[in-house]
Design a protein around this ligand. Structure first.
Ligand SMILES: [Zn+2]
Ligand SMILES: [Zn+2]
Length: 159
């Protein structure tokens, strides 16, 4: 019989390893302490390759690496500040996040019924952003474009 059922976490490789290294660098640059705990929490959050809110994240981690919600709430602003995570959209008062490091800028379609998220890129958005900023003499730090409504599956369902 197996006395210890704990599954060892595999060491991060590839993109995830790069993200953890970027996070370490960010902590050092800011004079924050690089602790094993901070790294482990960042890693658990960044393993999530989806759009998620804190509750979803907490539930998905509960069986693997138990992390308190408070730790997640503390880690998220650091991950945002370091450019690894971004706020994507607000749904029922819950902010949803996604990893952004090394990813191309994209926008979202959000289904109000099944809560699916679809990503898309529109080449005309950056030039539109540029034009509006020029017109308004505004210095942009980014933009968000979101369309919400019904996805094709939900449109075809009755009620
Ligand atoms: Zn839908
Ligand atoms: Zn996205």
């Amino acid at each position: 019989m197996c006395a210890n059922s704990k599954v060892p976490q595999t060491a991060p490789t590839g993109e995830l390893a790069e993200e953890i290294e970027a996070f370490r660098q960010f902590l050092r640059d800011r004079g924050y302490r690089v602790t094993k705990e901070r790294e482990a929490i960042a890693e658990s959050i960044l393993r999530n390759r989806d759009h998620f809110d804190v509750d979803e994240l907490f539930l998905s981690l509960r069986n693997k690496t138990p992390i308190s919600k408070a730790s997640i709430y503390r880690a998220i602003p650091l991950l945002i500040e370091s450019g690894l995570l971004a706020e994507v959209y607000l749904e029922n008062g819950h902010m949803h996040y996604e990893r952004v490091y090394g990813r191309e800028h994209h926008s979202h379609l959000r289904c109000l019924k099944c809560h699916s998220i679809f990503e898309f890129s529109a080449p005309e958005l950056p030039s539109l952003e540029k034009r509006i900023c020029k017109q308004e003499n505004f210095k942009s730090e980014g933009h968000k474009f979101e369309i919400w409504g019904l996805c094709s599956v939900c449109q075809s369902l009755k009620n």
